[in-house]
Design a protein around this ligand. Structure first.
Ligand code: ATP
Length: 432
């Protein structure tokens, strides 16, 4: 079991590099630990994840307000939120080889993972990246790259309330970058230093928090399922009281069965009124004319971990043929490429011209459409399977006389003949 899983991670990392999903950051200069760059297919997959999230949780709802706050914020925000004092991990150094680790990730407590030497005492290491703002370098100019998007929403709570007068319950939502100086970035894009989060701060009356906690738990599960994450690999972990973050009274981690262990995919936290109180913010109920501090339920989703969980959930190998056929069984809405268009022969001008008209029509309709005329048809199918393209459309000599094309299904390998004018509807029907 273990051996099979380790190979799976290698296969995914290699596929991501080869096919243009994810490259090591700053690769030609030897890389930069904890950073990854997304290639054409990776950025398409990430955009699909973010757009689907925004569509479901912001545009699809009547009680959600989107914001996009600055990454650099006044340091007073991070003092008030508790991050300057408590956003720390236990850092430990090997007394022999001097390598540094996060204490709770060591395979054996007190023993270096690298050389087996003894480790020293743990000290708390703040994970925020600090930088200087402006031309004067003194401590008053220190600012931090935000370690979570959440505070960008809390500090805009009053602005949104003043502009829109929302009634409780309502939420603020944001997608954006966050930065954490992780002691040991690892496991491909699972633990990185530059992350992208999709977060919601949902404001409720204190007495309603349990009801909305349960509600958001179901919403998060429904999202995972709709994306095509393997629900057999998702487990809920009730975080123990002693392990709760300083702002939380209850947290559930949705863990995913990654090949390197059962690890957090998403979190759902009851943040109480901690943050709004710290920022001295209140809510005026216009109906009852009362003033109070709302409580907060926070569903939080990492983009990179969604990406990896999707890759691992969708990677399949069809073993019916002579050689195993790897493919990514992405939902068509999630897939980086909706369909590929191919002229049967690369050098036949009449096939190319015909195929190009279809390609242009489909591109105008779906955007994520690929032109593929490289190698023989079998090779093209395998390439598209590997990147998870649900349909390949081939224009051959019969097309020129009967205006029909071959459309091939990624998961079954089955081919159908359909009329040129039916292609858009054929795909649209299956996308819904
Ligand atoms: P972990 O325990 O794995 O360090 P966390 O509890 O610190 O995670 P949160 O603060 O709850 O994570 O962050 C919210 C979400 O952001 C996580 O559920 C995860 O999806 C994502 N995330 C957090 N840290 C990282 C990271 N270093 N790399 C990639 N994604 C991350």
């Amino acid at each position: 079991m273990q051996e099979k899983d380790e190979k799976l991670m290698e296969k995914i990392i290699s596929l991501c590099k080869r096919r243009g999903f994810v490259y090591p950051g700053s690769e030609i200069y030897g890389g930069l630990a904890g950073t990854w760059d997304y290639g054409p297919l990776g950025v398409a997959l990430k955009n699909n994840i973010k757009n689907l999230w925004w569509k479901k949780f912001v545009d699809g709802r009547e009680d959600m307000y989107g914001v996009d706050a600055a990454i650099l914020m006044n340091s007073a925000v991070w003092k008030a939120s508790g991050h300057v004092d408590t956003f720390t991990d236990p850092l430990i150094e090997c007394t022999k080889c001097k390598k540094r680790f996060r204490e709770d990730t060591l395979k054996e407590k007190g023993t270096c993972d690298e050389c087996g030497g003894k480790t020293g005492e743990a000290r708390l290491f703040n994970m925020m990246f600090a930088t200087q703002i402006g031309a004067v370098e003194d401590s008053s100019a220190t600012v931090y790259l935000r370690p979570e998007t959440a505070q960008g929403m809390f500090v805009n709570f009053k602005n949104v309330v003043d502009s829109f007068h929302p009634k409780l319950p309502f939420g603020l939502a944001q997608i954006g970058k966050a930065f954490r100086n992780e002691i040991t970035p690892r496991d491909f894009i699972f633990r990185v230093r530059e992350i992208e989060q999709m977060e919601i701060e949902y404001f409720v009356k204190e007495e309603d928090w349990q009801k909305y906690f349960e509600y958001w738990k179901e919403e998060m599960l429904a999202w995972m399922e709709s994306m095509g994450i393997d629900m057999n690999k998702v487990h809920e972990l009730e975080v123990k009281e002693e392990d709760l973050a300083h702002y939380s009274k209850r947290t559930i981690d949705f863990e995913f069965d990654f090949p390197f262990g059962l690890k957090e995919l998403y979190g759902l936290a009851y943040r109480t009124d901690f943050d709004l109180k710290k920022h001295n913010l209140t809510y005026q109920d216009e109906e009852t004319n009362s003033k109070f501090v709302p409580h907060v339920i926070e569903p939080t989703f990492g983009v990179e971990r969604t990406f990896l969980a999707l890759m691992l959930s969708c990677y399949k190998e069809d073993t019916k043929g002579e050689e195993p056929r790897p493919y990514l069984a992405f939902n068509p809405t999630v897939a980086p490429v909706v369909c590929a268009v191919s002229p049967l022969l690369k050098n036949k001008v009449e096939l190319r011209d015909y195929a190009h008209i279809i390609y242009r029509t489909l591109k105008d309709e779906f955007g994520r459409v690929m032109w593929d005329d490289n190698g023989n048809i079998g090779k093209r199918y395998r390439r598209q399977d590997e990147i998870g393209t649900p349909w390949c459309i081939v224009i051959d000599f019969d097309t020129l006389s009967d205006d029909s094309v071959t459309i091939r299904d990624r998961d079954t390998g089955l081919q159908e003949r359909i009329k040129k004018e039916d292609i858009v509807d054929y795909i649209k029907e299956r996308m819904n």
